[in-house]
Write a protein that binds this ligand. Structure first.
Ligand code: WTA
Length: 650
């Protein structure tokens, strides 16, 4: 890393938002309504009376029937806005179309090849209605699950909103995963209908999707229909009786569709995410509380106003896209950008050119993207007028101070506060985050969002200050996940049992003397590779499913740009010989089992893995070796010679 960056590592300045930003912020105006003078007072008042805070915000949305109670907290189960009748699509679309935002642009979509499509709220609603009617005609009913495997095209939010409209539950699978992941998730949810596309473009290359889906649908007994979006123009074979073209089934559908009146606690979506075992967790969110949580955070954290152009440059296949590309901006009636392609294609000026062209005012991305652009250098953003930007955001992994400063200087022109938002698939919304009125410290996610009680615990469950420990949340929040799909026991065991009825995030961090949170990363075996959440156990199980592999251990190796890279150690079965060819085949196998994002960058053959006497792999030792750190106490190892083997492999 350059000298300049090295010195930036020692950044200890505090960045204060300008008085213009503070005075015009949504949160400041909201505080004025209640006579709240300061950030401190806001946190205190909301902390003492969360139900008041959330009730006020829920009232900004439309309810078919008012809720009778705000919260029922029967740890670890929460219900919010009880007995309220609600639908998130009603709030995201119908409400605006019936009001003043009918002809406002909801989405500006740009394809990787530069094609542009714009949809107003009314046009979006019509597309959603037509597709919702088509789903109904296929027999999709309230409570049914629809599995969706689409890249960043407009049909993805349309399909999600259509499901929500009729009370069906969507399960979106990231299109960067291999189709096998889609198969597992279809079978877990027993979906009757699945949605995909012929293919899409990545770096100018056409990639098929339908073709891969055909393969996996051979083993998905629940599927009756596959809906296919014609997008790339790749030739595909349509299976008679099963496959249907999106454009054909929606063509003659009515543009009107009744929005289902749901209960606030009715399920909205399942989103699978990686945990510490090989089996992904189906995180379940509901209509009412989720809507209120994402609405409030986008309004207060990213401060969206009527004429803002919002760009959350994430993928809709991950929770960031669900919450902050699809639902929250539409709930606020905002105009958002959706970009289909890769950020540095055809050149590293792509994003900045788009910011200039569309006059983007608030921009949200991941640290890994920022670090990638740091590498390309500031000459790329310099070529563009980025003065429309007012606020910036970061999510997905810890942002290192040098990346923070680079982002602040070269993208934000030293005038845009950076909202470093900490949250998870499970939390649905930002939980630890600055507001535009907060003083910022580069690398810190600042303080918990109003009402959220976050803390750092030691192993015994005691609160610690200015010391590292487990990040926990001690109070319920409206958009918390309600359970793990078909696995309610795992919900309790994985999150609420280490410290009884306290939410265990799986992250480690520290609180400084000013009450600021510094989140350092995961304490469990979940990796963050370029912001993608990947479980070491999933990669290990993909490795051992390959012929000739006896055992595998996977750990994260720190990487300057991606945060972490996957490092795998593989023991072969008797009679197999390590070779470059074997290595490549094995890597390819993982790629097709999970997806390109899970392919180990480093793959090493070893004779043995370090184990305890009871046969448990001592991951701690492997991690230390990979990081070049001291391995510490290895007296409990049954096979200390395995450590030398690691040395030889590295
Ligand atoms: C990490 C993404 C530090 C963290 C929204 C968490 C962060 C995991 C931040 C969840 C942040 C997310 N600072 N770490 N601002 N935001 N993380 O479910 O390890 O894909 O547990 O949700 O990302 O990843 P997930």
């Amino acid at each position: 890393m350059s000298k300049e960056l090295d010195s930036l590592l020692k950044e200890e300045r505090i960045f204060k938002p300008s008085s213009e930003i503070v005075e015009n912020s949504n949160i400041k105006k909201w505080m004025a309504k209640y006579g709240i003078q300061s950030y401190e007072e806001l946190l205190e008042k909301a902390g003492k009376n969360p139900e008041w805070f959330w009730d006020e915000l829920a009232q900004e949305l439309g309810w078919f029937k008012e809720y009778t109670d705000i919260l029922k907290w029967d740890p670890p189960h929460a219900e919010w806005f009880l007995n309220g009748k609600f639908n998130i699509t009603h709030n995201a679309l119908d409400r605006h179309v019936n009001g003043s935002k009918k002809d406002k642009i909801a989405y500006i979509w740009e394809g990787e090849d530069g094609e542009i499509k714009k949809l107003t709220y009314h046009e979006l609603q019509k597309e959603v209605n037509k597709f919702a009617n088509a789903l109904k005609e296929l027999g999709v009913k309230k409570g049914d699950t629809v599995s969706i495997y689409l890249p960043m095209i407009l049909e993805l939010p349309i399909a999600m909103l259509a499901c929500a409209k009729i009370g069906a539950v969507h399960s979106v699978v990231f299109s960067g995963f291999w189709a096998k992941a889609f198969q597992e998730r279809i079978n877990d949810a027993k979906s009757k209908v699945a949605i995909t596309t012929d293919g899409f473009t990545r770096r100018g290359k056409l990639l098929p999707l339908k073709e891969n889906v055909d393969e996996i649908l051979k083993n998905t007994p629940s599927i009756k229909n596959l809906i296919v979006v014609k997008h790339s123009g790749i030739d595909v074979e349509m299976q008679e009786g099963r496959d249907l073209w999106w454009h054909k089934i929606t063509k003659n559908m009515s543009e009107e569709c009744k929005t289902e009146v749901l209960d606030s606690e009715d399920p909205l979506f399942i989103l699978y995410t990686s945990g510490t075992t090989g089996k992904p967790k189906g995180v379940m969110h509901v209509h009412g509380g989720y809507a209120v949580g994402v609405y409030a955070t986008l309004k207060f954290v990213f401060d969206l106003k009527e004429d803002d152009i919002w760009w959350c440059a994430a993928d809709i296949g991950w929770v960031t896209g669900h919450s902050y590309i699809v639902y929250a901006p539409l709930l606020l009636g905002a105009t958002s950008i959706i970009y289909e392609g890769t950020p540095d294609y055809p050149d590293p000026g792509r994003l900045w050119r788009m910011v200039e062209n569309y006059g983007v005012t608030v921009f949200y991305t991941a640290p890994t993207t920022i670090r990638m652009f740091m590498k390309f250098g500031e000459k790329w953003p310099k070529q563009h007028d980025l003065s429309s930007l007012r606020l910036l955001g970061s999510v997905g992994e810890p942002i290192n101070p040098e990346a923070w400063i680079w982002y602040y200087k070269h993208i934000g022109g030293e005038k845009c506060p950076i909202m470093d938002t900490w949250w998870q698939t499970e939390t649905g919304m930002h939980l630890i985050t600055p507001l535009p009125i907060s003083d910022l410290k580069p690398g810190s996610a600042v303080r918990p969002f109003p009402t959220v009680k976050a803390d750092i615990f030691d192993d015994e469950g005691k609160s610690v200050k200015e010391k590292g420990g487990h990040l926990v949340i001690k109070s319920p929040w409206p958009s918390m996940f309600r359970t793990l799909y078909r696995d309610p026991q795992r919900y309790i065991d994985a999150y609420w049992s280490t410290f009884e009825n306290i939410y265990l995030s799986g992250d480690v961090g520290r609180i400084d003397e000013d009450g600021y949170f510094w989140i350092q990363g995961r304490s469990d075996d979940v990796l963050k590779v370029a912001g993608h959440r990947i479980s070491t156990a999933e990669v290990e199980s993909a490795l051992v499913s390959y012929k000739g592999v006896a055992e595998a251990a996977v750990v994260g190796k720190p990487d300057e740009i991606k945060g972490e890279e996957i490092a795998a150690f593989v023991v072969l079965k008797e009679g197999n010989t390590p070779s470059e060819d074997f290595k490549n085949k094995l890597k390819y196998h993982v790629r097709t089992e999970i997806g390109p994002i899970a392919t180990p960058k480093y793959l090493n053959f070893v004779e043995d893995l370090p184990k305890t006497r009871s046969g448990k792999i001592m991951r701690r030792v492997i991690k230390a070796k990979v990081k070049g750190e001291d391995v510490g106490d290895i007296t409990t190892l049954a096979n200390p010679e395995a450590v030398d083997g690691l040395d030889r492999a590295l």
